[in-house]
Design a protein around this ligand. Sequence first.
Ligand SMILES: [Zn+2]
Length: 414
Amino acid sequence: MQHADFLITNSNALIGDKFIKNSTIYVSKNKIIKIDTKSHQNRDAIPNITTIDAKNNFVIPGFVDLQINGNHGALFSESNSVADFTFMLKPHLKSGTTSAFVSLISPNEKQIFKTIEIFEAANNTLGSQIVGLHLEGPLLSKYKSGIHNVANFTNSFSKVLINKLGELTSNFKVLITLAPEEISFSFLKRLLDKNIKIAIGHSKASFERTQLAIELGVELGTHIFNASEPIGGRSPGLTTSLLLNDKVYVSMIADSKHLHSATVEVIKRIKPHGKLILVSDSICYKSKEFKEIKIGDNIVVKKNGVLQTKNSQSQDAENFKLAGSAISLIDAVKICRDQYGFSLAESINMASLNPAKLLKMDSSIGSLNSGSIANLVILDQELNVMLVISDGKIVKHSRNISILDPLPSRDREV
Ligand SMILES: [Zn+2]
């Protein structure tokens, strides 16, 4: 076996859906090369290797967030460079989100082309934090627009844009959230043929149209129960289709504001848990500079930790609109465990393994396996983030976790 660069000993490691205590994880370069769940290792037994003593805290895969919209008072649609992307994603990285989508809120074609140019300039390698582009709109329903800029809404893309997005899929994942009633199915097929992942959201599609779209290859329902019609006795609508159709994944904004705990209970009882995905839908996170942000005609402000349109006075007000969130996935994981009654393993897998499976990237991200990218997070019992390793590099380190330099000795293979 190849030489390990460092070990994580005394790991309570999440392997599949179980935590296994006293596991040792061997990392070389940016890969996990072996996970030993049987024999307890200590530093003295394996000299010449840097050792991270996890002290039987939880060691889990890095999170995969399909929907981050911006940070520090700006949206990704205003970015000019990969450095802007990285700057906005950094607080998420330090909180354990080692894989993320740059998400655009109903951009116009010009903004999409500009963002594609930034992606093309990025020298993408498997393991980097930015894994894809998510266009949440502009192919949406004006009746379910949320805070999106309706002026940008359209029901088709130019041929040039479709081709450009198709080309981008050779290096990045491309995800589009659209309203299936606003577009033709021949256009939908053209997008799917280009290897683009399609989600349904901001839509008032019927149950039947949603079922057909899923048959054609739509794989995800974006932020279920938000920006959609309520379920009706004679109009089950898209939400019922997303709940009952086991082929499709659904994403949830688990910030305790977008979904009532009873609504989550409905989702939990109906949907196979492997098909649930947590997204942050974050607009600001750990950003001191955030005061307000303009999206379309809406001014979005933060009140008591909730992002909402400025004219909203209370949650009962007619004009109250939630506008994304101010969380990262670690917060959603905590809420799922502590308020929504999911097990810790399920909560973490909803933020790592399940989105990785949707992306067909689960052999490299979203789970702890030999051969996967070394994206690892250590959490204490309260789920505080103690250490984050991204692509084999330590990017956050709390003093409570000791990193021990190699003991001098001969080289040793593991
Ligand atoms: Zn949305």
